[in-house]
Structure formats: structure tokens, C-alpha cells
Ligand binder design. Structure first.
Ligand SMILES: *[C@@H]1O[C@H](CO)[C@@H](O)[C@H](O)[C@H]1NC(C)=O
Ligand SMILES: *[C@@H]1O[C@H](CO)[C@@H](O)[C@H](O)[C@H]1NC(C)=O
Ligand SMILES: *[C@@H]1O[C@H](CO)[C@@H](O)[C@H](O)[C@H]1NC(C)=O
Ligand SMILES: *[C@@H]1O[C@H](CO)[C@@H](O)[C@H](O)[C@H]1NC(C)=O
Ligand SMILES: *[C@@H]1O[C@H](CO)[C@@H](O)[C@H](O)[C@H]1NC(C)=O
Length: 406
């Protein structure tokens, strides 16, 4: 679908919402979106349909983000193991770490610096058999932690973090093979059975990020561009510009879209990757590709619906009341949100065709009003509510969104 059509469709949805707000806006409890509730109740409430919030100017996103990080720590952090929710998948802490670092980068606060330092010192000793420094058995796990190290380098200027991410790129690149599929990184380091979207998106973002931070580099840029050109033609991107989970291959090494779900994080990391490529090259083609994917998400109405009445939705699991999203899937939307913020920040001023900032703020305000346990500042998975309970994935997702909206 052409970009102009996507924008036209999206603008229509946007206009409808604004109208809905002006008609039904008086039903909103203004107090619930910019200050803590005093009733202490965590009773779940769902956003009224078609009366979602228009971004408010006085919503204190920074305070909401800080409260969510503090709740993440109170509820899930193990100081003895220096990780959140030790029983849950390791990569979720890598995602949470990146957002906590981003909170400090955006606000100038150093509130979590000691904690972040502890997490890195302890977690980099995992996988000692492959030399540690996040070089694990899954290239995507390595990618999440490596990108957190890039952010930590940006925050502190300390070479140690950049050097860890250099080692991580080398580790991931060892899983690139030209056959099958004509290229691509395997997600599983030992078994080498699956070339999927997430491992490759993280790789492109990491390699391009290294180029942008290492003087006179040509090799990382070349790898990142080669990986993107391959990705673009790999078959993982559907004809509506949404990205499926990964590739399957024939016995002759020809690969094709495996039709596994369209997850929001696979629409997200590629945005951040394309922003780094744009910064590396100043070539608009990368931004244009990113807009096409982002706009496909914001205007998505079917199979799966990723944005419903202007609120990001994990369409392949979130509407399923019986099974719902698993602990990994619960964090995906937050990843999309902070990568969309990176695209927003790379977009030249005055570009009204790309209202990503209002989208993020609208989502943040909906999550704050409806997905949050008001006594605890914990968040549930659906950003239109109700709140019932939280997990590391749900909470890290909300932190990703709230920090993105600052
Ligand atoms: C850089 O970070 C490393 C790892 O956290 C730390 O050991 C080292 O002291 C830091 N260096 C400086 C100059 O702060
Ligand atoms: C990081 O790597 C560079 C290049 O190899 C090296 O010069 C520098 O000393 C390293 N820094 C640290 C803190 O290990
Ligand atoms: C990068 O290249 C420039 C020009 O050739 C050179 O002056 C500079 O020292 C190089 N920097 C590094 C870190 O290699
Ligand atoms: C896009 O893909 C769908 C599902 O595979 C197919 O039904 C449809 O015809 C395709 N549309 C175009 C324009 O190729
Ligand atoms: C959390 O709430 C969901 C319903 O949204 C329920 O299925 C699940 O069992 C609850 N988990 C816990 C640990 O209470």
C-alpha cells in the first residue's frame, strides 16, 4: 500500500477520535490522568470506547515514568541477583534496563545509576563459557543487552560499555550465513534452525549504532546496510508493510515468510534500526521505509489489529481473554513505543504527517488512567485496562511507553 494512502487512512482515524473526544470528553475524570488517585483502590476500570483521551498538555509524563520504574523495582527487583524477576526470561531485564537508562538520559536524573551499574557488573558474568559480556545462546538476547550498553555509553561516555557492544556485534555476526535465505542471522547460536525478524532487526540496529559511535568506521555500516537490504527482500515483510515473525526454508535453501504472528516489537526495533541508518547516511530512503512500517501499525485494522481506537494493541494475543499474552509477549508494545519515539526524534520539525508524539502521549495517558493499579503504580498488559495484575513484561512495557512519551 502506498504511504500516502496509509497516511490518509490514519488521519481519518485521528480526526474521528478528536471528534469523539470533543463529544464525550466530559465523561473523562480529569483528575485521574494527571495525579495519583487518593482512594488507593486498584479496582480495574476499562477505557470507555470511542472516548479515548486526546493528549493533555498538563499530564506529568516524567512523574508517571518515575513512579512506574520505582514500582518495577519495588515489585520485581532482586538486589541479591541484580536482575528483575529472576525466574522470568533474561532478555526482559535487558529491555527494562534500556528504558531505565533512557529515563536518566532524557531527564538528566542519576537516580538509577548505581543500580544499573550493579546489573551490568553481575549480568555480564553470565555465559562465562562464551566469555560473558552478554554473548549467550540466542542472538536476540545478546542484541537486547548490547543495545542497552549502547545507551549506557551514550549516557556516560564510558568506553567500557561501547566495547562490550563491540564484542556483542561480533558474537551476533558469527550467526550470519549466506545460505539458506541468501543471508541473515540465526537466532539460535548452536542449533542454527531459525532466521527470524527480531534477531536481524536488533543486529541492524546494533551495527548501525556502532558505526555512528566509532570514528572512521566503514565495516559496521557496510554490515548494517547489507543486512537491511537482505531483510527488505527476505519475504518477512508482508504486502501491507507489516513484518511477520520469521522465515522458513525449502530443502534447496530458498526461504519464505513462515506466516507466524505479526508482533508489535517486530514493527518497532526496525524503526530504531532505520533511524540509525538514516543518521549514518543522511539518506531519506531509510526514514521513508520506517514511516511506511510505523504508519502501517498505527492504521492497522485487521489480522492482527495492532492499533485500536488509537491505542497500541498486541493483536495476536491481547484480545484473547482465555490465553492472553505470555511473559515474553507482554513486553512487546513497550519496545514498539520507544522505537517509535526514536523515529519521532529523527523526524524533521513540522512534519505533521507523522503524529507519533501525540500517539505516544495518548497511549501513555490511557495506560496511566486505565492499565495502572492506582495504589501500586503497577501496570497490566492492555493499555485500555482493566488492571488486574502485573509482571516484569507488563511493567517494563509500560515503562518503555512512559519514558518514550517524556
Ligand atoms: C566505566 O565503567 C566500568 C564498568 O562499569 C567501570 O568499572 C569503570 O570504572 C568506568 N570508568 C570510568 C572512567 O568511570
Ligand atoms: C575499548 O576499546 C578500545 C579499542 O579497542 C581501546 O582502545 C580502549 O582501551 C577500550 N576501553 C576500555 C575501557 O576497555
Ligand atoms: C579518522 O580519520 C581522520 C582523517 O583521516 C584522522 O585524522 C583521524 O585520526 C581518524 N580517527 C581515528 C579515531 O582513527
Ligand atoms: C497481499 O497478501 C494477501 C495475503 O497473502 C493477498 O490475499 C493479497 O492479494 C495481497 N495483495 C496484494 C496487493 O498483493
Ligand atoms: C492475572 O490476571 C489474569 C487475568 O487478566 C489471570 O488470568 C491471571 O491468573 C492473573 N495472574 C495472577 C498471578 O494472579
Amino acid at each position: 500500500m502506498k504511504l500516502s494512502i496509509l497516511i490518509a487512512r490514519f488521519s481519518y482515524v485521528w480526526a474521528t477520535q478528536s471528534l469523539a473526544y470533543s463529544v464525550h470528553g466530559h465523561h473523562q475524570d480529569a483528575g485521574s490522568v494527571h495525579g495519583p488517585s487518593s482512594d488507593g483502590s486498584d479496582a480495574g476500570q476499562v477505557a470507555p470506547r470511542s472516548s479515548l483521551l486526546r493528549p493533555r498538555q498538563d499530564f506529568d509524563t516524567r512523574a508517571a515514568a518515575k513512579a512506574a520504574i520505582d514500582a518495577l523495582n519495588n515489585k520485581f527487583y532482586s538486589s541479591t541477583q541484580a536482575i528483575w524477576s529472576p525466574g522470568d526470561p533474561w532478555w526482559l531485564s535487558g529491555v527494562a534496563l534500556a528504558s531505565v537508562i533512557d529515563y536518566m538520559r532524557k531527564t538528566g536524573s542519576s537516580d538509577y545509576l548505581d543500580q544499573v551499574h550493579d546489573i551490568i557488573q553481575v549480568q555480564r558474568t553470565q555465559y562465562a563459557e562464551s566469555g560473558g559480556d552478554f554473548r549467550g545462546q540466542s542472538t536476540d538476547d545478546t542484541g537486547w543487552w548490547a543495545l542497552a550498553m549502547i545507551r549506557m555509553y551514550d549516557l556516560t561516555g564510558n568506553d567500557t560499555y561501547l566495547n562490550i557492544s563491540v564484542e556483542d556485534e561480533a558474537h551476533m555476526y558469527k550467526s550470519w550465513t549466506s545460505s539458506p535465505c541468501g543471508g541473515g542471522i540465526y537466532v539460535d547460536v548452536e542449533a542454527k534452525t531459525y532466521k527470524n525478524a527480531i534477531a536481524n532487526e536488533l543486529y541492524i540496529k546494533l551495527a548501525a549504532s556502532l558505526h555512528n559511535r566509532i570514528a572512521n568506521d566503514t565495516e559496521y555500516l557496510s554490515r548494517a546496510e547489507t543486512a537491511w537490504w537482505w531483510f527488505q527482500e527476505s519475504g518477512m515483510i508482508r504486502n501491507d508493510s507489516l513484518i511477520n515473525d520469521g522465515l522458513a526454508s525449502n530443502s534447496d535453501g530458498i526461504c519464505y515468510n513462515n506466516k507466524l504472528p505479526v508482533w508489535t516489537y517486530n514493527q518497532g526495533v526496525i524503526l530504531g534500526a532505520l533511524v540509525e541508518l538514516y543518521q549514518a547516511t543522511a539518506s531519506d530512503t531509510y526514514l521513508t521505509a520506517a514511516y511506511t512500517i510505523a504508519d502501517a501499525v498505527l492504521s492497522s485494522q485487521t489480522s492482527p489489529q495492532l492499533s485500536k481506537d488509537g491505542i497500541l494493541t498486541e493483536g495476536s494475543c491481547e484480545p484473547d481473554e482465555a490465553n492472553g499474552c505470555n511473559h515474553d509477549q507482554q513486553v512487546f508494545k513497550g519496545v514498539f513505543a520507544y522505537n517509535l519515539d526514536e523515529l519521532h526524534n529523527a523526524t524533521p520539525d513540522g512534519s505533521e504527517d507523522h503524529p507519533y508524539r501525540s500517539y505516544l502521549q495518548q497511549n501513555a495517558q490511557s495506560a496511566y488512567a486505565y492499565a495502572r493499579g492506582k495504589a501500586t503504580d503497577l501496570y497490566d498488559v492492555s493499555w485500555v485496562g482493566p488492571f488486574q495484575n502485573s509482571t516484569i513484561g507488563k511493567q517494563a512495557s509500560a515503562v518503555g511507553l512512559l519514558v518514550a512519551a517524556i
